[in-house]
Ligand binder design. Sequence first.
Ligand SMILES: C[S@@+](CC[C@H](N)C(=O)[O-])C[C@H]1O[C@@H](n2cnc3c(N)ncnc32)[C@H](O)[C@@H]1O
Length: 308
Amino acid sequence: MNNLSDKRSSGQKPNQLAITPLFPDLEPEVRRKVRLYKRIEHPIWTENKAHFIQQYLRYFVQVTKHGAYIDGFAGPQSYEHLDAWSAALVLESKPKWLRHFFLCEITRKGLKALENLVASQQEIRDKKGRKISRKIKIFPGDFNVKVDEILQPTNISQKEAAFCLLDQRTFECHWSTLQKLANYKTAPNNKIELLYFLGVGWLHRSLSGIRNVDKALKWWGQSNWRGLAKMKSASIAELVRQRFQDELGYNSVAAYPIFDRNEGNKIMYYMIHGSDHEEAPALMVRAHHNAVRARPPVQEYLNFPTNP
Ligand SMILES: C[S@@+](CC[C@H](N)C(=O)[O-])C[C@H]1O[C@@H](n2cnc3c(N)ncnc32)[C@H](O)[C@@H]1O
């Protein structure tokens, strides 16, 4: 069991506390390059996160040339901003080499939006004009249950590159669901890549208000979840990052802070990315760079406050 202690290093500058090493296992030379991009001067904003995911998957398919996309919590976060909806951006992303989509959602409203999205997809053809088939399946219900239906050889083969977005609000994604996703592929195949959202911006409030102990237990997967309330957000993110490596067995795991300007530039989420693919860390760095490149000048964003 993890020791839930706050391992904050006293040598860090205040505005660096929120950033954990992105790719700690890389060779020092590669890590130096990677670190150029993880600086706090280049934040990802909440409204920008879907573009970041889209950008990453665009690079991902350029390496794999094929792939499956699982979105466990696929309904739109904001019905007013459907242009920042991950499922829609991934479906429209080019080249259209992702061929299999598994979209899960629990609410009726979210399902309706997904049905409309799927119905609006146009036929795609290759350079020779031949029709390319894409399979898009919607799974109504709780992803923690539906994951068993999705993880079947008839849906995703061992050889198919697969990516799973877990954009939960707080406690919706069970740890056992992460284990199922991580264990689905067997060596030497790469595990399903995970992009997991850890909602630290409201986590302490949610933990203190929790009535349903079972909910927290299923989310954290260990009985020591109460200890999180005493930890800083950055330390919790580092702990989850470490658990992705040690318990789920991912070769490289990175934690990206995502900021919200409306909340005073506070860190709202950490995106935890777990991958076995040797090129994944470099692709993430490129995606991150591109996703933030179009943002207004850097000076505006200096001196971020750290989370509680
Ligand atoms: C944060 S939103 C997802 C945002 C989306 N990725 C976007 O880019 O806009 C979470 C979604 O998951 C749905 N949801 C919540 N609990 C769920 C569960 N157990 N299984 C499946 N979907 C769930 C919510 O209804 C909501 O539509």
